[in-house]
Write a protein that binds this ligand. Structure first.
Ligand SMILES: Nc1ncnc2c1ncn2[C@@H]1O[C@H](COP(=O)(O)OP(=O)(O)OP(=O)(O)O)[C@@H](O)[C@H]1O
Ligand SMILES: [Mg+2]
Length: 298
């Protein structure tokens, strides 16, 4: 015949059972006995005589503990994964910039040569490479922010400066007749992190550009509304169907064809806004256009 301790020891040897919490029910109340049990890995003791309520209470508290342990484990796993993804994203950035600048030089040099000037295939291929690199670049950018762990420094940001330079960058990449304009009340400052604001606006503007099929308008505005500063990115693109609206900010939700969209953009936007304590709203009408509002609390 085994006693409780022996039974517990036998069961614990089995890989599959070793994580089952054990609660000892015993009449032995000496300190030595108690320590013997706890040392062998028992979770807790109940002493005879005991009430059923006490028993239920202990069991539920053990289950609760197990759940917390599981949640901590998941969190830890996520953090480790995040560090890995963030680290890799960072490592890909450097070689990528070693590719883009030389490639740009090669492209302009080649295409200026008489021999290659009329080579349509070459032009097309450079176009492919360029689009590919831009995709990788924006994906890496989003991954980098997915697990943004760094200290978030906040500073006074000039909305006008930031919005001016970001619209300038995107205007340079437009391949469709899109009027991209901005309007910011003269010197308007908010407190926030510049990189985060730029990342949010980049995602919203690049989505707006994708949403416009032929020609259209995109405007970025900022204005004070009560205790908020509303930053709006508005487009006259295809709009978003009511069915899609609830999923818009989910990771990996995309309506774009494979290789065009990852579905991380708005997820990142939401996460980053949350980190800053900013709210985000979306208004959209299918076939008419879309407006995203970032509400920055002063
Ligand atoms: N301004 C917009 N107008 C119309 N649809 C939009 C707009 N912004 C987002 N969407 C829709 O929401 C989806 C999710 O956007 P999100 O930015 O998260 O991912 P994505 O643009 O598809 O991919 P990624 O940003 O990772 O390259 C898009 O695929 C698109 O269908
Ligand atoms: Mg996007």
């Amino acid at each position: 015949v085994m006693d409780g301790y022996e039974f517990f020891e036998e069961v614990s040897k089995n890989e599959g059972y070793k994580d089952i919490p054990f609660l000892f029910l015993t009449a032995k109340t000496t300190q030595d006995e108690k320590i013997k049990g706890l040392a062998s890995g028992a979770i807790d003791y109940i002493y005879k005589p005991f009430s059923i309520d006490e028993f239920l209470y202990k069991v539920s508290s053990i289950i609760n503990n197990q759940n917390i342990k599981q949640a901590l484990y998941e969190k830890d796993k996520f953090a480790t994964l995040g560090m890995l993804v963030g680290g890799i994203a960072h490592e890909i950035r450097n070689p990528l910039s070693n590719i883009t600048a030389p490639l740009d030089y090669i492209r302009t040099t080649l295409l200026e040569m008489d021999y290659f000037k009329e080579n349509k295939l070459l032009k097309k291929y450079f176009g492919y490479i360029n689009t590919g690199i831009m995709r990788i670049d924006s994906l890496i950018d989003n991954l980098r922010f997915l697990y943004y762990k760094g200290e978030i420094d906040k500073e006074e940001l000039s909305l006008k400066k930031i919005i001016h330079s970001i619209t300038e960058v995107y205007r340079g990449t437009l391949k469709k007749p899109i009027v991209l304009s901005y309007k910011v009340a003269s010197e308007h400052y908010i407190t926030g992190n510049k990189e985060i604001l730029v990342q949010i606006l980049s995602n919203l503007i690049s989505n707006a550009i994708d949403a416009i099929e032929k020609d259209g308008e995109i405007s970025v505005t900022a204005e004070k509304v009560k205790e908020f500063t509303d930053i709006r990115v508005r487009d006259t693109g295809c709009g978003i169907s009511k069915n899609d609206l609830p999923y818009l900010f989910n990771a990996f939700f995309t309506r774009k064809e494979a290789g065009k969209g990852t579905g991380l953009g708005l997820y990142i936007v939401k996460e980053l806004a949350l980190k800053m304590g900013w709210e985000i709203d979306v208004l959209s009408e299918e076939g008419k256009g879309t407006e995203f509002v970032i509400k920055v609390r002063e």
